[in-house]
Design a binder for this molecule. Structure first.
Ligand code: B12
Length: 446
């Protein structure tokens, strides 16, 4: 069969035949690991192609037999549009990833088949059933006895022709899932509160074949501190440089932190979320211990590891002062980069269920679930104020003078590599904000 695997893109960043230029935001493009992984599971007799709409236009007249689409919630409307176009042309369309897994009934209305959870096992069974002329509607990935996964090496060579548009196509996973149970997080919901690890030998063998710079797209690389310690020790002689995401608890283990640095870690994305302890308790993230942020962040940065903070605004204790407080917090704690998220109740999470039960969800248009739109009634602040304030905070943090000053500060206090990453990320976010004319207003100022 001829198989086309698709990563859809949102309207503002999509490359189309009418708009063929690729937006200059490579720093925010990496991975596509979902599809290179599915491609790797596909028996060799099939021909596989990958199209990422972020970097190339999709041709609905493509000569294909089977279309596979990966999508998170924010991309569901586009995924369904793509599915309907291909189905109208008689193609069989299957979907997988976070949204189909967490909303399988909805997905099944738009697709010929839905993969729930991991592709491993499910994808191979679907292909066999299609060849036998008897595909089912829903497939579930294999259970993982013993919490170990052994996925085949992703087929990254399928991205060769567009690789220049990504900061890296070398996304590597050491495992899937997270040990925590934060109420807003769909990783916990997707993996049903479990986590799985790859054998360290498999990871190291894969890493030998990737270039010096790459990214670990784990949900929390220290989900098992012992595993992380063993992995980092193995990485030291490979002399790699990488970034990843993990919980702030890495700061509490000096040996683990030093090993991460020695293994080549130069940047961490950390979900700090909020400085307010009541907000942390409200989302089940007390382990962040807001009273210890200063000391923990200082420890991480003094190892030469830059910190990109994930911050949330719109939590129930947030008032109109949250935006300037957050900006001050980020400056005082010398945060090197920011991913700002407006609280978003993702389907399948406890947060979504709570908000739905109490009638707080005001918008079910999934393309607004991109963490940049207000889709619920906030507790202590107006919805319009939340939108304006979030836009203001993003625009302020990525103001050109701040980006440049941060670059110097990061270089001085953390090292040249984190500084280089910080300025590239800063200029990319700034470009994105300007492209979308994001300015906002601080609702605490009259
Ligand atoms: C890298 C990444 C990104 C990258 C690239 C995304 C990409 N598609 O490649 C970038 C930076 C662009 C990104 C952006 C965003 N992301 Co993101 N991202 C991730 C991250 C960390 C890793 C993705 C990855 O490579 N996973 C590894 C692969 C192997 O796992 P997988 O996707 O689950 O795929 C397996 C199965 O699901 C299945 N499968 C998946 N797709 C398909 C398709 C078919 C046909 C089949 C058969 C099987 C199949 O097979 C795979 C192998 O078993 C995930 C977290 C995660 N754990 O996945 C978040 C995650 C997907 N992102 C998320 C979000 C919310 C966003 C943003 C909206 C907002 C934000 N603040 O981050 C933006 C906006 C994106 C947009 N509008 O386009 C959420 C999605 C939640 C949801 N329910 O929708 C996640 C889960 C993070 C989280 N903590 O909640 N992201």
């Amino acid at each position: 069969m001829k198989i086309l695997l698709i990563l859809p893109a949102g309207e503002k960043v999509r490359v189309t035949p009418e708009r063929p230029e690729v937006p200059n935001r490579a720093m925010l493009r990496f991975s596509v690991l979902s599809l290179t992984s599915v491609a790797a599971l596909t028996p060799q007799r099939h021909e596989v192609r990958i199209v990422d709409e972020n970097v190339e236009p999709l041709d609905f007249e493509s000569d294909v037999d089977l279309v596979g689409i990966t999508f998170m919630t924010a991309l569901a409307p586009r995924a369904y549009e793509i599915a309907s176009q291909f189905r109208a042309r008689g193609k069989f369309v299957v979907g997988g990833g976070f949204h189909p897994t967490l909303c399988p009934d909805e997905a099944a209305e738009h697709l010929d088949a839905v993969i729930i959870g991991d592709a491993e096992g499910a994808w191979e069974r679907l292909l066999q059933d299609i060849e036998a002329g008897q595909p089912r509607k829903v497939y579930e990935g294999d259970a993982c006895p013993g919490g170990t996964i052994r996925p085949p090496t992703p087929r990254r060579e399928l991205l060769a022709s567009t690789a220049q548009h990504y900061v890296t196509i070398h996304a590597v996973q050491t495992g899937r899932g997270c040990q925590h149970n934060c109420r807003y997080c769909s990783v916990t919901a997707f993996h049903r509160r479990s986590f799985r690890q790859r054998p360290i030998g498999d990871v190291v063998a894969e890493l030998r074949a990737v270039p010096r710079d790459f990214i670990f797209v784990d949900d929390n690389i220290i989900r098992s501190p012992q595993y992380a310690r063993d992995l980092f020790r193995e990485l030291v002689p490979l002399r790699k440089r990488w970034v990843t995401q993990c919980s702030i608890e890495i700061a509490d283990d000096p040996e683990l932190l030093a090993l991460a640095h020695a293994a080549g870690c130069c940047g961490l994305f950390i979900g700090i979320e909020t400085a307010n302890p009541d907000n942390l308790a409200g989302v089940g993230k007390q382990f962040n211990e807001s009273g210890r942020y200063r000391e923990r962040l200082r420890r991480i940065r003094s190892q030469g590891i830059g910190v990109v903070a994930g911050m949330m605004v719109g939590l129930d204790r947030d008032d109109p002062g949250v935006f300037e407080n957050c900006l001050r917090f980020l400056q005082r704690h010398r945060i090197d980069g920011l991913q700002l998220n407006i609280v978003t109740p993702l389907p399948g999470t406890p947060l979504f269920n709570d908000m739905q039960r109490t009638g707080r969800i005001t918008d079910y248009q999934w393309d607004h679930y991109d963490f940049r739109h207000v889709v619920f009634q906030p507790g202590n602040i107006g919805a319009a104020q939340l939108q304006e304030g979030a836009d203001w905070l993003y625009a302020q943090f990525y103001r050109l003078d701040r980006v440049l000053l941060r670059f110097l500060r990061t270089w001085w206090t953390c090292g040249w590599l984190p500084a280089l990453l910080a300025i590239r990320l800063g200029l990319t976010y700034r470009y994105d904000n300007r492209r979308e004319s994001i300015k906002g207003r601080n609702p605490a100022r009259k």
